[in-house]
Design a protein around this ligand. Structure first.
Ligand code: FNR
Length: 383
């Protein structure tokens, strides 16, 4: 097996192994993909400050996110259709996260259901909720996440309406894939993926099919989903969900200091500074660029997490140095999963942990919790 030294290696392997429709689904941003590109290039524009002759023994990447201990402050972000990148993908990713000691977040739009993942893991994971118009479905989903012993609800706020991703339309994205001629030609070269898929029954959206009004099969699901994201979502609806859930609540998709203040006033446990990995508002500023102003606005009142663009441990270091208490990776672990299943997710986490540890040491820091702005050279535009 090829030696994996960085996330880019896993991405190349994912591209070779998974059907084009699903690799493209992972890799795309909305519209011109400007924000998708900026997320990574803005990380690259930050520079680390090297320090020498500092005792580097006894280093630690351990920390806490929302009061829960983590081996490093890097959670797995919710990613729809993870179970199409590898058979039973959500279970594999959750098991890899559990073994590593970091949180796993299961998406509403997952292939394996919340019950499936709970049955194959031993520790609580986090559940991500999309607010749908069908309140019965939302209430049912909250009850199911509670019954599955999920230890946090991640409520995504930046997808009241779907940003268009051109590649998905062109590829005719669906789960399971419709067997058109181009899809069949592609699958002929991806037989490893196909054989694996044949062995699982989980090939459609497990949280939704059979649980939402009028959704009994995959074709009814597609039309239900496209109409269901709730355009009326406002703070009163969020309050209803908070009261029903009653546990730790993380609000995901905040990119503005005023919205962050509202979230802090509201009393959430954490916010995720995020632009959905560049998949929603194309032209929006990168999440890492907005992070310092949001930390300055609310960092003393609410835990601030961030995602969008993290592809290395150096990126994690930069986000923590700019004030994030925790980070999430999306594509970085999906590449690993698509490349080689659970072992690929483990390798993605291990690559990031090692990079974080070594870079921290070379910055003269032993403890991940001590990272601060002075570890970086920050160009203008990040204030
Ligand atoms: C996502 N994201 C996402 N977010 C969410 O709240 N619910 C979801 O179902 C999904 N689905 C999804 C699918 C795919 C393929 C991607 C790449 C992303 C966004 C995700 O949680 C996270 O915010 C981004 O992935 C972070 O950016 P990076 O790390 O991928 O650059």
């Amino acid at each position: 097996m090829a030696v994996v030294t960085c996330i880019e290696d896993l991405k190349r392997m994912h591209r070779r192994r998974a059907p084009k429709m699903f690799f493209d689904y992972c890799e795309s941003g909305s519209y011109t993909e400007q924000t998708f590109r900026d997320n990574c290039s803005d990380f690259a524009s930050l520079r680390l400050r090297q320090k020498v002759a500092v005792d580097m023994s006894g280093r630690s990447t351990a920390s806490e996110m929302i009061g829960q201990p983590v081996a490093m402050p890097v959670a797995l972000a919710p990613v729809g259709m993870t179970g199409m990148q590898a058979a039973d993908g959500e279970i594999k990713a959750a098991r890899a996260a559990e073994a590593f000691g970091v949180p796993y977040t299961l998406s509403t739009m997952s292939i394996c259901s919340v019950e499936d993942v709970a049955a194959h893991t031993t520790k609580p994971f986090w559940f991500q909720l999309y607010v749908m118009k069908d309140e019965e479905f939302v209430d049912g989903m909250i009850a199911r996440a509670k019954a599955a012993n999920c230890s946090a609800l991640v409520l995504t706020l930046d997808l009241q309406i779907l940003g268009q991703r051109h590649k998905d339309l062109k590829n005719g994205l669906s789960a399971p894939p419709k067997l058109t001629l181009p899809v069949m030609l592609d699958l002929a070269t991806k037989w490893g993926w196909g054989l694996e898929m044949l062995k699982t029954k989980r090939r459609s959206f497990g949280n939704i099919v059979g649980h939402a009004k009028g959704v009994g099969d995959t074709s009814s699901l597609m039309s239900w989903t496209s109409e269901q994201f709730d355009p009326h979502l406002d703070w009163s609806k969020i309050a209803r969900i908070r009261d029903q859930w009653g546990g730790k609540l993380i609000l995901k998709g905040i990119l503005d200091a005023d919205d962050a203040r509202l979230a802090a006033d509201f009393g959430a446990d954490a916010i995720v500074v995020s632009n959905h990995g560049g998949r929603q508002l194309d032209g929006a500023v990168s999440a890492i660029r907005m992070l310092p102003s949001i930390v300055a606005a609310v960092g003393d009142r609410i835990e601030v997490h961030m995602d969008s663009g993290i592809r290395s441990g150096q990126d994690v270091l930069k986000a923590l140095a700019l004030g994030a208490k925790g980070t999430y990776i999306g594509r970085s672990y999906i590449y690993g999963l698509g490349a080689m299943g659970q072992e690929g997710v483990r390798q993605a986490l291990e690559v990031i942990r090692k990079e974080l540890d070594i870079s921290m040491a070379l910055c003269g820091e032993k403890n991940v919790k001590a990272l601060r702005r002075e570890n970086l050279l920050v160009p203008r535009g990040f204030e």
